[in-house]
Design a protein around this ligand. Sequence first.
Ligand SMILES: Cc1cc2nc3c(=O)[nH]c(=O)nc-3n(C[C@H](O)[C@H](O)[C@H](O)COP(=O)(O)OP(=O)(O)OC[C@H]3O[C@@H](n4cnc5c(N)ncnc54)[C@H](O)[C@@H]3O)c2cc1C
Length: 382
Amino acid sequence: MERDVIVVGAGPAGSVAAMALAQKGYNVLMLDRKPFPRDKICGDAVPAGAIDLLFSLGMEEKIRAADFYYIDKLRLVSPKGYTMDADLEEAHHKARSAIVPRLQFDVLLQQHAIDSGAEFQVAQVKEPIVEDGRVCGVRARVNGSTSEVRAPLVIGADGVTSVIARALRPEEHEDGHRAVALRAYVDDIEELPHEVEFYLYDEILPGYAWIFPTAEGQANIGLGMRLDIFRSEGHNLKELLDRFLDMPAVRKRLRPGAKIRDVATWQLNFGSQRNVRRAYDGAMLVGDAAGLINPLTGGGISNAVTSAWLAAVTAHEAFLKGDFGYSSLRVYEEYCHQRLWPSMRRSFFIQRLIGIIPWAIDLLIKRGQSDNEFAQTFMTKL
Ligand SMILES: Cc1cc2nc3c(=O)[nH]c(=O)nc-3n(C[C@H](O)[C@H](O)[C@H](O)COP(=O)(O)OP(=O)(O)OC[C@H]3O[C@@H](n4cnc5c(N)ncnc54)[C@H](O)[C@@H]3O)c2cc1C
C-alpha cells in the first residue's frame, strides 16, 4: 500500500497532523494500536491556546457542541498551606481552557481527522521501514498478521514510548528532563467550581499534586515529580497519592465513601533537554514522541498540537519541493525551536529555581493570599 503520509498514533498530535494534511488533500493513513474512544493517562487540562488551534482546523462547532467543563480560575497551595487564587486571563484567546477527560477529548479529534479525509486503522506499529538511511513506511501488526505500508513521509505521533523515536533516536531522555506522574478520578469531592488547584509541597517539589474538577462533585486528581528525584528518594507514587489524600485540606473535601478510581501512572519527557533531533530523512516526530512536555506544568497537549501543525506545514512544503530528506524537513526543528523554546526555557528555569529555593514558594503564595493584584500578576507571569 502506498500513501502520501503515514501518521503513527491518533492522540492530539497525530490527529492534528492527520486532519491538517487531509484538509490539504493528501492521502493520509493514521494508525493507532487502540480503537477509539480510548483513555490516556492525563490531568485532562486542555489550554485555550490548544483549542484555538483546533478551531482554526474546523472544530469550533464540534467543540462548542461538546460538553466541556470550562475553567476560569486557578489556585496555588504552598507547602505551609497558604493559598493564592487568580483568574485565568484568556481574553486574547477565542476559546476557553477546559478540563476534558481524554476518553472524550481524543475521540473528538480523531473523528475530525477522519471527517477531514484521513483513513484510520487500528494497528500496532512495530518499527519504521528504513532503506538506505531513509524512512519509507512502517511495519505493523494488523488483525494478527504483520504488514508493511509505504509512504514518502512518516509522522511519529506515538507518544512517550514511541517506536518511531526509539528506532531513529535510540538515546533516552535524561532523568533530569523526565517525570513520572499518577492520575486518578475521584467521585464525591467538594470541588472548587471551575477552578484548578495545584498543591506544592516539600515531598514532591519541584513537582506538584493537582485537583482538576471535571464536573460537579467529580475531579481528576494526581501528582507528578521529576524522575531523578523520584529515583534518588525511592518514592512510590501510590503511597504519595494516599498521603496527598490524607492531607487535612484535601481529606475534609472528600465525602464519606468517596471513590478513587482509574488510578494509573505514566511518564513524561520534557522539552527542556537540548539538541533533541525531531526530523530525519523521511520522518518527523511530534508531541510526546518528540519529547515536548512543559518542564514546569507537565502540560503537553498544547505543544503536541502545535508541533503537529508545524509538521503538517513542513510536510506541505516538502510535497511542493518533492523532497522529503532531512535537509528539507529540518526546517520543522527550527519552527519548533522558534515557537516552543522560549516558554520551555523559562519554565525550566523556574522549575530549577523552585528546586533550589523551595521556601520562596511559601513567601510568594503568602503574599498573594492577602494581595489580589500581586496574585494576579504573579500567576500571569508564571
Ligand atoms: C499523569 C499525566 C498528567 C498530564 N496532565 C496533562 C494536562 O493536564 N494537560 C496537558 O496539556 N498535558 C498533560 N499531560 C501530558 C499529555 O498527556 C501529553 O503531552 C499528550 O497526551 C501528548 O499527546 P500526543 O498525541 O503526543 O501523545 P499521546 O496522547 O500519548 O498519543 C499517542 C498515541 O499513539 C498510540 N500509540 C503508541 N504506540 C503506538 C504504536 N506502536 N503503534 C500505534 N499506535 C501507537 C497510543 O495508543 C496513543 O493513542 C499529562 C501527562 C501525564 C502522564
